[in-house]
Design a protein around this ligand. Sequence first.
Ligand code: ADP
Ligand code: MG
Length: 750
Amino acid sequence: EAIIASVTRKDTEYMYPKKPDGRPIYPSEIYGERVFTLKDMAKALPKPVFASFLKQRRGHHSLDKATADAVAHAVRCWAMDRGATHFTHWFQPQTGTTAEKHDAFLSLITNFTPGGEEVTPMDMFSGSQLLQSEPDASSFPSGGMRSTFEARGYTIWDTSSPLFIQPGPNGTSVLYIPSVFISYNGEALDEKTVLLRSNEALSRACTQLLALIEPQARVNHVYTTLGTEQEFFLVDRSMYVLRPDLKITGRTLIGNLPPRHQQLEDHYFGKIPSRVMRAMSDLELECARLGVPLKTRHNEVAPGQFEVAPIFEESSVAVDHNLLTMSILHRVAHRHNLRALFHEKPYKGINGSGKHCNWSVCTDRGENLLDPTIRPESNYRFIIILLAVLHAVQEYAPLLRLAISSSSNDHRLGAQEAPPSIISIFLGDQLSEVLDSIEENRPIKNFSVPEFKTISVGGTVLDLKVAALPNISRDLTDRNRTSPFAFTGNKFEFRAVGSKQSPSFPVAILNSAVTSAVSDIIQDLEAVRGDKPYLTDEDKLSVIRKYITLTKPIRFEGDGYTNDWQTEAEKRGLPIIKTSPEAFDYLLDAKYVNMLTKKVNIFTEAELRSRFYILNERYAKDILIEAETIKSMINQLVLPAGFEYRKVLAEAASALKSVDVDNSPEVATLNKLTTVIKNLQSAYNKLVEVVENFNHAEEADENSSVHAKLALSTIRPAIEATRVSSDELESLVADKYWPIPKYTELLLTV
Ligand code: ADP
Ligand code: MG
């Protein structure tokens, strides 16, 4: 029935909006129409109020009450004109998703008059409602930072991210207030607070560095930029609803690959299926309205896998926009009878999904500090920032590894199609040569191959040997898909980040590590400058040389999928951290705690401890939920199918006894089936046993890290073993007895 539903269903008609006169609306005309921009605010506020808002926002002071009231009034009128009935603080607790609680604008004003009470309904929204709200913090993960009896937590408007409206029910809409979420004592309970802190810390460190190496540039502020390439799978909803594992855990716990999946390499950049295209187009429209600048869309490597990527933005806004993109995609996919899967590894044996975080640092004059320019070898500012990133990643690789760790990403990392779990950096030939030549104090090899004409920016002109084709410029670096952290032209690309996770924590950790590295470099530069008024080129070069030598081990240009790299990485002393719980331990390691707290002051020790607890607890829970899910599927779906088919075969064998005494093929299949069912039953029993043992151990011991490690070492293999038997059974049982959609239907129906 599900299959029939999927093929007979009428497509949802998708119409791009038109102008009243029937002409098409350009995307740029829709862009940001649901965002309360600074321009909208300027229009709605008296000039001095607006000016004072800007001043307070820039200085990161808290807003005064009068300004807040005026902004609240203006934004309420703007939002209500667009159908808003409610407002909500929108924040990012440590659950990987966003949280919101809606409040109506509607209020009642009671007037006490001699004639009795007079109640007047009014739409109201005060400055204090805009600025802060108090959700019951005890229902969010806090890692023991608060006990339930002191559950106060506050959400506070993050004025650096714009207010916006999203559609609500029945043609209404809701005003969204991007917020941070902190405890009564000001500790971060969310992902955003630490990201904002890390951005400020990095800005301070970089401005100090720039003042030292380029005092004439007068940079006051730098910010980090982020562009998130988001991969995901789409699956037909009528298949999806029949898979308890997908619904509950986000990935298939059982199932065999179809004979054709991604071997032919025909899906990547292939023609986007029309239903998916309509869903994506819907997504782009909704995103454009919210000022989320989606730019690219394409098929990914696996069947049913796709990607969208935005134009990069300031990183905290980019994070908000990535989370919005994911939530909107959920909504529009539903409209097209599709389900979006953001899990890092929904299907065993084919490519998983990542979220490549493209990251750079930009000055307040819009200069990208990772732009190599035409002559990177003499662009000391670029080289020093580049080395700061190399130094950061080398010094704090375990932190980066931990920032991308989760039970779901564990399935993807190192799976021969995703970045390995060893953190290293790919620079490409040209930059490697730049660093090598400086280190060896020799002229740089010429990168413009003689017969190629060089062009002025960013590359060379390739000769295509076909007269009809135009000349194209070639990038200075080739791609290396096997690197978890790659330099790609004028930015770094952190590829190991999981598709499901918020980019916030990985970027906050990266910012923290780079801040620390920049401050090391500042110290060295100040030391070589001594009493001189400024640094000479020789001074800079001496520090540059030191860091080139220091950061050699983290540079790796080869194939990250090979076993040789493991051996080589070990030799270089790079940490090889295969699983998440191992990585989590680094959150309590003195070296890393010291950096994150005392040195760059982005986390408190309590925040790190709480994160350690939340991450471990989440890890164990995820695995336990998978165990319970596969248990119920085996018991209620898979084994009954095996039994049913076995009975049919047994009946057939007995009915055919007289014709086919010794070599009945039914009996042969029956025997095979019986063995597989018995294997499955014993794998299932083993799983039940390890889950019971886990539950006892969990009661006996409070330590969340012990739980996570125990779940990993005992439950996960038992789940895997159960799967192997179940998958064997799937390949034996007649299709009509198999009660759930198989990989063929899941992967090839979109
Ligand atoms: P590639 O295909 O090499 O990864 P793209 O041009 O497709 O490069 O860019 C991928 C993502 O990187 C996009 O989201 C893009 O906006 C983002 N990006 C480009 N430049 C920067 C930058 N300076 N800082 C952050 N992100 C960037
Ligand atoms: Mg890319």
